[in-house]
Design a protein. Structure first.
Length: 167
């Protein structure tokens, strides 16, 4: 066994989940990003955790609004997923630029992504500081599923291009 930098070891942890993380600003304009560090953390009550960089715009919006939506993509949303991952929400309206279809949520101000496989409406329960990132733990208020759609996973990166597969 060879000792390596943690970043090199982290890169081997594939496949991994990839999700849209959506929040809104004080004027209810939605913004979002993609995240790979996402997990279930409680069944009763239902809770999810997502880890975001402290320097990101979505991080700031969740801290201000205390709510967010996690949307689990499928192959149909791959183009939008890449765009959300490559642009900054404080510089561009990702929803307008991609034309991604949204629906009104029931309990939070953030929109749902209509064609996502799963959407979770979450109310912020707790934040855990983990260095350069924050873990946001959200109570799932309700969830939605397009039962005929699959889940997209991040398999690896080849020549700076992300490779996704559905399961």
């Amino acid at each position: 066994m060879e000792e390596v930098k943690p970043s090199e070891a982290f890169s081997k942890l594939r496949p991994e989940s990839v999700v849209f993380v959506i929040s809104v600003d004080k004027n209810r304009r939605p913004s979002g990003m993609i995240a790979g560090w996402f997990m279930k953390c409680s069944s009763s009550p239902p809770m999810l955790a997502v880890t975001l960089s402290k320097s990101g715009y979505t991080h700031r919006l969740i801290k201000e609004s205390k709510e967010f939506v996690i949307a689990v993509p499928n192959k149909e949303l791959e183009k939008e997923l890449l765009y959300f991952g490559e642009t900054h929400g404080d510089e561009v309206d990702k929803f307008k630029e991609t034309g991604i279809e949204i629906e009104k949520s029931k309990f939070v101000k953030c929109p749902l992504i209509k064609n996502a496989t799963i959407n979770f409406e979450c109310k912020l329960e707790k934040e855990v500081d983990t260095g350069d990132h924050i873990i946001f733990i959200g109570r799932v208020l309700t969830s939605y599923m397009n039962k005929n759609k699959k889940v997209l996973l991040n398999m690896k990166k080849i020549d700076e291009k992300w490779i996704f597969e559905e399961f």
